[in-house]
Design a protein around this ligand. Structure first.
Ligand code: RRO
Length: 303
């Protein structure tokens, strides 16, 4: 009832661990797979070791969290070892999220990861490193297209998802640009904003980075609208994520057109059991509403 396919990769169910949570080591990724996720995503991999931002890197707000983790990575060589470690203990697909500072770096990292994961996910939408990296590539159709073309030229084996930002006036246009540039699928959305929380006593922003991307239940309607717009604009599959906590949240993303659904911040609310819980709730919802399979439900909101 719940099996699905994402860019030619079979998933036993549509839930996917989103990048950034429990996704650094092969062992923690395997733990999430065992808890029920249909696939898992490794925290974004960069070309070489990088520490990320100082603490505090996360703060709870009404409706979710702000984070500015700052792209910490052990680098691509270490990451390859973790991907191998995961494959030794889990048969479920793994998505290797990755980034670079420049088009050339994206292409280089992609080349090293090609063939070492079931799917690649180009993270071109991190909102937390603008002062170091410049505007995210996902901010413009031209930049997004340029980087995707370069990645596809250097990584020809593994299907490529491209992770888009909600922080643009026309996400459907960016989706169309990356589809045309050769993307095999789209992940949507990265975090919203960025936002800021001020500590009233200290009279300063709480996060060391000052601002951070918003995730959690408050962003769900924005995710649903983004997935809806993207699916109206392109034919490639969409991995929808942003504020999914329940089976009914997952159903909303699927009705908007998602082929699979990511869960990240939801783990903070319901623990690692969230994967099993969402699947149980999704099945119950489908039974009640008379949907026999995900394909009956996918995109129905488009009429
Ligand atoms: O590491 C981060 O600060 C981070 C990343 Br790479 C991202 O893509 N999205 C986000 O909210 N935080």
């Amino acid at each position: 009832m719940l099996s699905t396919e994402l860019c030619g990769v079979e998933l036993e169910n549509p839930t996917v661990l989103a990048s950034g949570i429990l996704g650094v080591t092969g062992a923690s990724l395997a733990r999430v797979a065992k808890a029920g996720a249909g696939a898992v995503t490794k925290k974004s991999i960069g070309p070489e070791a990088r520490e990320g931002h100082d603490n505090p890197i996360m703060v709870e707000v009404e409706g979710g969290y702000l984070n500015a983790v700052g792209l910490p990575t052990a680098g691509v060589e270490e990451a390859l070892q973790e991907l191998r470690a995961y494959k030794e203990v889990s048969e479920k697909p793994i998505i290797a999220s990755f980034y670079g500072r420049t088009v050339v770096e994206y292409a280089e990292v992609a080349k090293k990861l090609d063939g070492n994961a079931d799917l690649l996910e180009a993270n071109i939408s991190c909102p937390n490193v603008e002062h170091e990296f410049g505007h995210p590539f996902a901010s413009s159709c031209e930049d997004a297209s340029k980087v995707v073309k370069a990645i596809k030229k250097s990584a020809k084996t593994t299907p490529l998802l491209v992770k888009l930002s909600p922080n643009v006036p026309g996400i459907g246009d960016v989706a169309r640009a990356v589809e045309k540039a050769g993307a095999d699928g789209i992940t949507a959305i990265n975090t919203l904003g960025p936002g800021m929380v001020i500590d009233l006593k200290a009279r300063r922003p709480v996060l060391a980075n000052k601002s951070g991307g918003m995730s959690g239940p408050a962003v769900k309607p924005i995710m649903v609208r983004c997935v809806y717009d993207i699916c109206g604009a392109v034919d490639i599959p969409v991995l929808g994520m942003g504020g999914i906590l329940t089976g009914e949240d997952a159903a909303e993303a699927i009705m908007a057109g998602a082929s699979a659904v990511g869960i990240g911040t939801g783990i903070r609310y319901r623990g690692i059991e969230i994967f099993g819980l969402v699947l149980k709730e999704l099945k119950e919802f489908m039974r009640k509403e008379g949907f026999k399979g995900l394909e009956d439900m996918r995109g129905v909101a488009h009429g």
